[in-house]
Each structure stands twice: as C-alpha cells, then as structure tokens.
Design a protein around this ligand. Structure first.
Ligand SMILES: O=c1ccn([C@@H]2O[C@H](COP(=O)(O)OP(=O)(O)O[C@H]3O[C@H](CO)[C@H](O)[C@H](O)[C@H]3O)[C@@H](O)[C@H]2O)c(=O)[nH]1
Length: 343
C-alpha cells in the first residue's frame, strides 16, 4: 500500500461496518489523514473514542447536501464512497429516499471529487444492482451509471472514478447472521425465508481488499467484483446453529419484499467481456488497452458466455465450510465468547 503514503482519504458513510474496517487497514499504512463523513454524530463520537487516532478527522454531513460534501473534499486524494441507503425493505417503502441518497448523493460526491481534483474515487455497489428488482438495487444500478458517465465525461483526466460490486457482507449490521445468532440467544426459532435461496458470502475483510484492489488497479469507469462462494440459506442457518451448539427450530417464513432467489454479480454481457484477474473480475467501460497484460492468459480465445455470474452457479459451500468461514470472522468469535460464558 505504498500508494497511500502521505495521502488524505475520505470515506463517505465512514462509520458503517465497511468504513470502520477500512479505517483500521488505512491506519496501518502511511496515509496522512482519514476523513470520516457521515450523518450520525453519536456513531462518529463512538468511533473517535474507539480508534483514538490523530489521523482521523470527522465531518458531519449528508451526501445529499453538496455543500457539506465540498467542505470535506478539499485537499482529498482518494475517496471511498460507501454512504448509501442499503436496507432492501426500507428502500421499497421509501424509494425516493433511496433516489436522493444513492443517486443524487453519489453524483454530489463524484462531481465534488472532480471539482477538487481528487485522484481516485471508488464507488461501492452491490449485486442487487444487477438485473435489479428492488429500489435499493435500482438506485445502486443508477449510481453505477452516474459514475460510469462521469468517468467518460471528465476529460481533464485528473480524477479516476471506478466501481466495485459485492454480495452479502457477512455479519454486516442488520443482516441475517447477527439475526440468527440473536434468535438462538433468545431461544427463538430461526426465521428462514426460503431454504434454497442462495447468497454470495463475503467476509468484511474481502470486501475491504476488493476496494483496495480497485484503488490500486482501477482505470476510469472500471468495475471490479471479487469472486466469492455462496451457500443456501438453509445451510447458513444450520451452520450458525452448529457453531452455537444449539438446536433451535428453523421456521420457514417465505420471501420478503423485493427479494430474489439468487443474486448476480455480473450480467451475461459483463461476464462476456470481463477480464479474469484470478480472485477478481474486471469489466472495463470500453475496449481500450488498459495495460492488464500480466493478468491475461495470452492467446486464449474468449469463450462464448451464456450465463451470468450468480450465487446459484458460483462455487457452493457445504455446511462444514460455512461453519469454518463463520468461525474465522471476528464478529462471530466475539459473540461466541460471550455466548459460551453464558452456557
Ligand atoms: O429473517 C431472515 C432474514 C433474511 N433471511 C435471508 O438471508 C439472506 C440475506 O438477507 P440479509 O437481510 O442479510 O441481506 P440482503 O440479501 O437482504 O441484503 C444485504 O446484502 C446486500 C448485498 O446483496 C446489501 O449489502 C444489503 O445492505 C444487505 O442487507 C436472504 O436470502 C434472506 O432471504 C432469512 O432467511 N431470514
């Protein structure tokens, strides 16, 4: 991470799970300043106390409010744009709120970065933006378009805007793994939507590496995804039960508003032109030579792709592998420690 030496980094939505984890990583580099931009002063105060670092600067603001974004952007070299409305059900009920934050807010961040001559902006998107069926995914898909358009139009060439998409980040706030663990602690049944539903499972550390990879390798308009395994929700529920030594009932409750049976990380068309970078796929906005020759398998003709890259056709983990992955997560380790003391 030599390229971070002496840099000022702005993280929008910086008090979330991603923001906190990437901050830890950045604090171990030689970067000069990390700016945390978010709406919630309490979360900022807690983060200030927890991290206790003179490199951190906190900015209260909202991506919807361009002035507040401009204030935080002055002197910034790199932006990780993570601020978003991302709960599927609430975006279904309040789609215009998702429009204002995820689309207009993202445009504010990108335009402000271009105006301030920022080197690179990495915008965080989600698998729900691929063939979107819910407001959260639709607004994230448009955020991707807004950033792709900005990267085409910025002729000054000062600012590189690129994008990453990831699947379900394991144990992120409000997500299913913490929910299952709490249900077990309270002696309740595990509420399972659809047993065969699959999701890409991405530990937070891999989500952070993806974003750093995009920072290091991204050219204007690039989209990166990290290859990830998936599992069924039934296997996930059973794995959580097993690691907690529990036998709570698993109750099928049916699909929720705006949900899909499986998620896609790349469309058929994107996969067709994607460059395979071992752990990652890269999809460029056009066919320019972007100097990725070291990752190509020379001379191999591209096969015709007729499927998207989705959580049904990626590598499937069985219950033991899901258990192992769960046990490697700091969140799960902490929760299990408390749980085992109570037993
Ligand atoms: O009580 C529940 C709740 C959820 N699920 C299932 O668990 C899976 C994951 O659900 P989450 O609520 O954890 O996550 P979502 O897939 O709805 O969305 C999550 O992943 C997205 C990326 O795909 C975004 O990051 C988003 O913010 C985040 O909440 C889904 O198949 C869902 O049906 C259950 O079985 N029971």
């Amino acid at each position: 991470m030599k390229r971070l030496e002496g840099k000022t980094v702005l993280i929008t939505g910086g008090t979330g799970s991603f923001g906190k984890t990437v901050t830890n990583t950045l604090l171990e580099t030689g970067c000069k300043e990390i700016r945390i931009f978010s709406r919630d002063e309490l979360k900022q105060e807690l983060m200030r106390i927890e991290k206790a670092s003179s490199k951190l600067r906190f900015y209260i603001g909202d991506v919807r409010d361009r002035e507040s974004v401009d204030e935080a952007m002055n002197g910034v070299d790199l932006v990780f744009h993570a601020a978003a409305l991302k709960q599927v059900p609430s975006c279904e009920f309040f789609p215009m709120q998702a429009v204002m934050t995820n689309i207009s807010g993202s445009n504010n961040v990108i335009q402000s970065a271009i105006k301030h001559g920022v080197d690179k902006v990495v915008c965080l998107s989600t698998d729900k933006a691929v063939y979107p069926i819910n407001s959260m995914g639709m607004t994230k898909a448009l955020m991707e378009k807004v950033s792709a358009a900005a990267s085409r139009l910025d002729n000054s060439g000062d600012t590189t805007v690129c994008r990453v998409r990831y699947g379900n980040v394991m144990c992120s706030r409000g997500s299913v793994i913490p929910l299952f663990m709490n249900q077990i602690k309270q002696g309740q049944p595990l509420t399972l939507t659809v047993p065969d539903m699959t999701r890409f499972m991405l530990p937070l550390r891999d989500a952070v590496s993806l974003v750093l990879f995009a920072f290091e390798n991204g050219c204007p308009g690039d989209l990166f995804v990290r290859k990830a395994p998936a599992c069924t929700m039934m296997d996930l529920a059973k794995a959580v039960r097993n690691i907690m030594n529990a036998d709570n009932e698993i109750k099928v409750i049916g699909i929720r508003h705006g949900e899909k049976i499986y998620e896609s990380l790349l469309t058929v068309e994107e996969l067709q032109k994607a460059e395979d970078m071992v752990d990652y796929y890269r999809v460029g906005v056009d066919d320019r030579d972007l100097n990725y020759t070291m990752y190509f398998s020379e001379g191999k003709e591209k096969e015709v792709v007729n499927q998207d890259y989705n959580s049904h056709n990626t590598r499937q983990m069985g219950i033991p592998e899901v258990e192992k992955l769960l046990l490697s997560l700091p969140y799960v380790q902490k929760e299990l420690e408390v749980w085992e003391q109570r037993q």
